[in-house]
Write a protein that binds this ligand. Structure first.
Ligand code: HEC
Length: 112
């Protein structure tokens, strides 16, 4: 009996997992994009996760950092990457170009 149940459930989980993996990033919900794509390095609070700090992420909660970068400079980094080899352009992470401006707004909010 147990075996029947196991065989029945596993393929469903596998198919569902695959669906989650290939589902496109939801362009409308910036908080979800941030959580799914940025938090890994930039952290829930924008200060940087342990991994992110190892890569050299800036502290988004720092007013000094925020003052040091214009929106245009951020956009340039996010669109084309930077000299830091650990930072890839966001399109390589599957981020829609239309989400870049809203993401900059989100990044700015960490220092408020
Ligand atoms: C693999 C880790 C990683 C991920 C994922 C990541 N970043 Fe970054 N991010 C970095 C690193 C490292 C830097 C610092 C780059 C530098 O100083 O040259 C950075 C810098 C930035 C900057 C500052 C650019 C500047 O010019 O000061 C912004 C804004 C930014 N990231 C936004 C995002 C957003 C939004 C996402 C999600 C869509 C994201 N990042 C995902 C690692 C990451």
């Amino acid at each position: 009996m147990k075996k029947v149940i196991t065989y029945g459930v596993a393929p469903i989980a596998a198919v569902f997992g695959l669906f989650l993996t290939v589902a496109p990033v939801n362009a409308g919900d910036i908080n979800k994009v941030y959580k799914d794509t940025c938090e890994l390095c930039h952290g829930v609070d924008g200060k940087g996760s342990e991994a992110g700090k190892g890569f050299g992420v800036p502290d988004f909660s720092s007013a000094d950092y925020q003052k040091s970068r214009t929106d245009a400079q951020m956009k340039e980094s996010m669109t084309n990457g930077t000299k830091n080899p650990n930072y890839v352009k966001l399109s390589d992470l599957g981020v829609d170009a239309a989400d870049v401006d809203p993401l900059i707004k989100k990044v700015r909010e960490f220092s408020k």
